[in-house]
Design a protein around this ligand. Structure first.
Ligand SMILES: N[C@@H](CCC(=O)NCCCC(=O)O)C(=O)O
Length: 276
């Protein structure tokens, strides 16, 4: 069997010692077709960012859709990290015009992430939504996406360069300006930063329950937060998880997520029903 391996396998994490009661962060998976079979997958960089930058234990949820009891699963976690993915949210889920035939799809992921967003928010659980996850947050709450933002007059090209070198793909490429006094401005301690950009879809109509926190110079929405959420519920169109420990802004975002999840964990454990 071929392994598609083109570089050394990721080294196990050995240097980090988390306390046994560190918060548990759910990370929904994608379905990838590899060597003729479907695999449930999640990018290593997201799991490492949960451990190294948020200080939590990741727990992956397979992309099996409605068969999974979302509410029962959420009883065991303290936050959800919605990851990026090359696949796109199905346009049928937000009533968009048909996407191009080559648009990669992942209905198994759509079927778990959209209900999970709503269920986690209903519990005021901390959520951090990145790239595809950012788009899922908007769609789950009733917003729509633009399937090819580079075709919209006035918008820049937000796609990654065709480059085999991941440091080049995820290098900072454009500005984001944050709302003064907003959540991002508070957490980051500034109103402007440079971010990477690895997407070709973007928010078209913002869901009613969301607030714009940051935009690129061309107007593309890059940072959002959930209205009326008492804790941490944000999304970034960029990728703070990529080498998070080397980027002070990314560390601040993940630390704020981890802090909110730690607080949630304390309450969840304090009110947990004893085993029968
Ligand atoms: N497919 C959507 C979302 C883009 C996205 O999440 N990219 C991530 C790529 C892989 C990763 O870094 O996890 C779009 O193109 O807008």
């Amino acid at each position: 069997m071929s392994t598609n391996q083109t570089s050394a396998p990721a080294a196990p994490l050995t240097a980090i010692q988390l306390p046994a009661d560190a918060p548990i962060i759910a990370v929904p998976m994608c379905i990838k077709f590899i060597d003729g079979q479907n695999y449930h997958t999640v990018g290593d960089k997201y799991l490492r960012a949960v451990i190294e930058a948020a200080g939590g234990y990741p727990l992956s949820f397979p992309a099996l859709g409605p068969v999974l009891p979302v509410e029962a699963l959420l009883d065991h976690v303290d936050g959800v990290l919605f990851t990026g993915s090359p696949s796109n949210v199905a346009v049928s889920l937000y009533g968009g015009a048909p996407d191009r035939p080559d648009s990669p799809q992942d209905p198994g992921r759509d079927a778990i992430t959209l209900p999970l967003v709503k269920a986690a928010l209903a519990r005021k659980m901390p959520v951090f939504c990145i790239c595809r996850g950012f788009q899922e947050l908007n769609v789950a709450l009733g917003g729509t996406l633009n399937t090819h933002i580079h075709d919209v007059p006035g918008h820049a090209d937000h796609r990654a360069p065709n480059d085999a070198d991941y440091d080049a793909i995820y290098q900072a490429r454009h500005n984001v300006s944050f709302t003064p006094g907003g959540q991002f401005a508070r957490v980051l301690g500034k109103t402007k930063t440079m971010v990477n950009t690895v997407h070709w879809q973007g928010i078209d109509r913002l869901a009613d329950g969301l607030v714009i926190e940051g935009q690129a110079d061309d107007g593309v929405i890059e940072a959002i937060s959930v209205k009326d959420h008492t804790g941490f519920a944000i999304g970034t169109q960029w990728h703070p998880e990529y080498k998070a420990t080397e980027n002070p802004d990314s560390m601040k975002l993940f630390k704020a997520f981890g802090d909110a999840a730690r607080e949630f964990a304390q309450q969840r454990r304090a009110t947990r029903r004893p085993a029968a």
